[in-house]
Write a protein that binds this ligand. Structure first.
Ligand code: FHN
Length: 428
């Protein structure tokens, strides 16, 4: 990317690099069968088979104000909702299709309600938009490995019809950036094989978006696919490669660098269980301790964590997810200072946890009870005294709590670890 593009991206993503922690929300018709958002493809369902879910979709208990309160309590500063996933179902009142929530028994513009509720809680808002579309008749099905009817030999891949799809796709993105108020993020998903960059007419799409919402932060998946989400590289460095890299279900070992080796904005998107969309039988949830450690790890590598919830067909976030978010929120209340606005240090990372840094403050996140004094790589002999980050109380650095260690005039703040017993600082 040119220096001008880099400077513009740096300015746009300043808030993104501050906020560090967001909520991802995968919701739609697939919440009814409750077997994840790819079921139509995985189970080779025809449009007709899938229609039954459209005909009954009516999330009676959808209240995005509750979602927003849960996100705020968890310490999340932004949220991204699926406006349209691969199944082509629109959670917004698009004029370009009847395959939308306002035509289901629900009758509601679910995106508009989401945006209003989260803005009201002071949470920045983004929309996920799938550039893959299994419903649109002009989306290439034949030979496309990402299509439910991928073995359907009848569907011919004709460039002319694909142009029709691009006109539809660009038109819907224009509806979202011109009719739904201020958006902070647009999260496109995903390019693959030869379907990337100019195949989507990306430059034109982004120019249209920037002319309507110049500030909007855009992910990198108009260029790269989910597996390569960690990449920011493109075939042509002059081509727009997005404002942040989007590693999925992985935290890159060294963070993400650009082609010149400079650290760049990135965001790891992660599920709480093993599914993005609601999956009733998937009870394999990550613990609050794991989520906190992964959030710390992301920040210690200059990255963000976008943590996913998959609401059910009634419009509720699963109780297991809410319980995890609540515990994460209690830790964030006591230790958010060591996350928000923080990034990596050039110190060697310790074996007991991670360092994060904000200006001249270094936060030592100690993930496990130590036996005896702990080693502070890169800081040996520089630590003068310790304070608990959560309540400011004095303590010895041999005990891994949230502590402020004065190094010369700098601070070292221990962020209280979570460990297998997981007790919060205020429950000591
Ligand atoms: O296929 C999608 C998947 O359903 C989900 O939306 C994830 C989230 O980043 N993105 C794609 C897989 O890379």
């Amino acid at each position: 990317m040119t220096n001008k593009l880099i400077a513009e991206r740096t300015e746009r993503t300043q808030w993104f690099m501050e906020d560090r922690f967001g909520m991802f929300i995968h919701w739609g018709l697939y919440a009814i069968p409750a077997r994840g958002e790819w079921l139509r493809c995985n189970e080779q369902m025809s449009v007709e088979d899938y229609q039954v879910y459209f005909d009954e979709f009516n999330p009676q208990r959808y209240n995005p104000k509750e979602w927003a309160k849960a996100a705020k309590q968890a310490g999340m500063k932004y949220a991204v909702l699926t406006a349209k996933h691969h199944d082509g179902f629109c959670l917004f009142d698009s004029k370009l299709t009847d395959y939308k929530s306002t035509k289901t028994p629900s009758g509601r513009d679910l995106v508009r309600e989401f945006l209003e509720a989260f803005r009201e809680e002071g949470i920045k808002v983004g929309l996920y938009y799938s550039i893959i579309d299994w419903y649109h008749e002009d989306y290439p099905a034949y030979g496309d490995r990402h299509h439910p009817m991928r073995n359907n030999e009848d569907f011919k891949r004709d460039p002319a019809t694909f142009e029709n799809y691009l006109t539809y796709m660009h038109g819907q993105v224009k509806e979202l950036v011109t009719e739904y108020g201020h958006l902070d993020i647009m999260w496109f998903d995903f390019s693959y094989d030869e379907m990337t960059a100019e195949k989507w007419r990306s430059t034109e799409l982004i120019e249209m978006m920037r002319s309507n919402q110049p500030h909007i932060v855009i992910d990198n998946r108009l260029e790269v696919n989910g597996e390569q989400g960690a990449s920011i590289y493109t075939s042509n460095p002059e081509v727009y490669a997005g404002d942040f890299a989007s590693p999925e279900q992985i935290i890159p070992p060294q963070g993400v660098m650009d082609e010149k080796g400079n650290a760049i904005p990135w965001e790891a998107c992660v599920t709480l269980n093993n599914n993005w969309g609601y999956a009733a039988n998937d009870l394999n949830y990550k613990s609050p301790e794991t989520i906190i450690r992964k959030l710390v790890e992301c920040v210690s590598k200059n990255g963000n964590l976008l943590l996913n919830v998959g609401p059910n067909a009634q419009g509720e976030i699963p109780v297991q997810s809410l319980e995890i978010l609540e515990e994460v929120g209690e830790w964030m209340t006591a230790n958010g200072e060591s996350i928000y606005g923080c990034s990596y240090t050039d110190l060697p990372q310790p074996e007991w946890g991670r360092y994060t840094r904000k200006g001249n403050k270094i936060y030592a996140h100690v993930f496990e009870q130590s036996i005896g004094p702990i080693n502070l790589p890169g800081l040996a002999g520089k630590v003068k005294k310790a304070r608990v980050l959560a309540d400011g109380s004095e303590m010895f650095i041999s005990i891994p709590w949230n502590a402020q260690l004065f190094v010369d005039d700098a601070f070292i703040n221990f962020a209280r670890p979570e460990h297998n017993t997981y007790q919060l600082p205020d429950k000591r």
